[in-house]
Design a protein around this ligand. Sequence first.
Ligand code: IPD
Ligand code: CA
Ligand code: CA
Length: 265
Amino acid sequence: MKIKFIKSLSDYTLNAIKIIFKAGDILKEGFYKHNIYFEKKGIHNLVTKYDTKSEEFIIKELKKKYPTHSFLSEEKGRIGKKEFEWIIDPLDGTVNFYHHIPFFSISIALKRKDEIILGIIFNPLNKELFIAEKGKGAYLNEKKIKVSKTKLIKNAILATGFPYILKQNPNRCINHFFDIAKLGLPIRKLGSAALNLAYVASGRFDVYWETNLAPWDYSAGKLIVEEAKGKISDWKGLPFKINKTNTILATNNKIHNEMVQILKK
Ligand code: IPD
Ligand code: CA
Ligand code: CA
């Protein structure tokens, strides 16, 4: 895949793309194996050998390029605390991966102080690369992307996800799911938060909502949605704050308020 398609892409993005492609090869190799070793972090929360392999590779390569930056990633947690911080989900969709369901991704974001300045999400199986840099728009492979034009919820296709602690019904997410399901609309639950956000950005989904995500799940996707002219907030419609906000609503902007009215209840 040609990666110099946007002339103004920064070196940060170009280097991170090279790294994400190689991490994608690591995951692909693991995906086609029959026995994927795993450990349990929680009852349904798995970590495979490939989550760690991909993570170690990404951090090692980024550290070589940017030794003064800090890192926040799912399995290793935070390494350092610097002005520039890479936020990494080395395998988003581990449950799919473990069960040989071909839908997962890698997500890498770069935060400067409190602002995400680049976001990259890669699906190694169908080679879809979603990228955004602050102020430069969002792209899927070589094409600029924009959110959908759907104006009303009744015409929308929606996506959601459930946290691993679903049984505890955090933020009454089961009740919200029930309320939305009662509207009789098409709802998808694909199992990768990062790809759900990328799909809102590219107009495939009109809405995505979830609760209890972590920064590595949403940081890249947030910027990609915003750069594709979509909107991100919490379920009450309030500004979304990295590391702080616990519920996420991503829409094409046009149906954001209608969705907030439903989730506010
Ligand atoms: C999970 C996936 C899933 C979402 C969970 C996440 P992981 O990430 O994004 O779609 O519903 O809340 O934790 O564990 O596969 O990296
Ligand atoms: Ca994740
Ligand atoms: Ca993960």
